[in-house]
Design a protein around this ligand. Structure first.
Ligand code: PXG
Length: 294
């Protein structure tokens, strides 16, 4: 059934089983490209414009000229979803440097490859939103801002993949990545927040973290609810001794963190600030005005 899904590659549609790119594509050979993960709720592509804006910003940072306009990209996403008659789907938008030779010089790649995949999302198993998830600090540090920084949503995700492998190997749900000085950067594909004395704290992007679209929504909700938010360096100690903690991200949405390296956070149950924000967050994702209608 999934084989009937149509995948957009450079303006054409291919069945999922035939949706292939060249082994000479530098996205594959060198991780040279950018991407976005987007969700569609009930026929509305959530924050599509914001995701396309970020895609173009990432591309700009690596001097990758996307050969279509933002408006055309938005239309292509909408058209792919219409074609697949998808509902509540997960959208993966990829722009790679394109086909080149076996050297890494991007000048040998005349045409970037644009891929749009619309598929179902593997919703986190069980009742993570009620119980919270277990986490650990990964030994692998987040890339610094003067390296392959995660501020750019590039195809270089080995840093996150290694952290995820570590979490899997240690039997916890997710890893938290520290930056080189030992402060908290983010999750593997999520931003991190803690609550202390009723106030919200989150690390700056200077830790090498991505400016998350979900995090931005939560920050706006905090302002609306009169919850003070401070963007500041967070040490592992601050996490261990937080009253509450949670992740934000497109895939995970908002999920409480129950445990870090076997230390229980707060009461071990989603706290009042997290719960209040989760209720408001649910209203935002259900609001059709927050996205682009298919
Ligand atoms: N940090 C990083 C490094 C990310 O890749 C986020 C934070 C959260 O950002 P948004 O804008 O989604 O709130 C991401 C999100 C996945 C998955 O399927 C998610 C991301 C990347 C790859 C996979 O869980 N990106």
């Amino acid at each position: 059934m999934n084989d009937e899904l149509q995948v957009y590659i450079d303006g054409k549609y291919y069945p999922k089983s035939q949706a292939k790119i060249s082994v000479y594509d530098h996205g594959f050979l060198y991780g040279d490209g950018v991407f976005e993960g987007i969700r569609e709720y009930n026929g509305v592509v959530f924050k599509l414009k914001e995701h396309v804006d970020r895609l173009f910003r990432s591309a700009h940072a690596i001097m990758l000229q996307i050969p279509i306009t933002k408006e055309e990209m938005i239309q292509a996403v909408v058209e792919t979803l219409r074609k697949n008659k998808m509902k509540d789907s997960y959208i993966r938008l990829v722009v790679s440097r394109g086909v080149g030779d076996l050297g890494l010089d991007p000048r040998k790649c005349p045409k970037p490859t644009i891929i749009i995949i619309t598929d179902t999302i593997n919703i986190r198993a069980g009742n993570a939103k009620e119980t919270g998830i277990t986490t650990m600090f990964s030994w692998v540090r987040r890339n610094p801002v003067d390296a392959t920084t995660h501020e750019i949503k590039s195809l270089n995700y080995l840093n996150s993949v290694i952290a995820k492998i570590e979490a899997n190997a240690c039997g916890v749900d997710e890893a938290i990545c520290l930056e080189s000085s030992g402060c908290i950067a983010e999750g593997v594909g999520e931003n991190v927040f803690i609550v202390k004395d009723g106030e919200l704290l989150t690390p700056p992007t200077s830790t090498g973290a991505l400016a998350g679209i979900t995090a931005e929504i939560v920050e706006k909700l905090a302002a609306k609810l009169d919850i003070k938010l401070t963007v500041t360096n967070l040490t592992p100690f601050m996490m261990f001794t937080a009253d509450e903690a949670f992740f934000t991200g497109t895939a995970m949405e908002m999920v409480p963190i129950r445990e870090v390296n076997k230390r229980i956070i707060g009461t071990g149950k989603p706290g009042p600030v997290t719960k209040k924000l989760m209720v408001e967050f649910q209203k935002v994702i259900e609001d059709p005005a927050q996205g682009t209608k298919i």
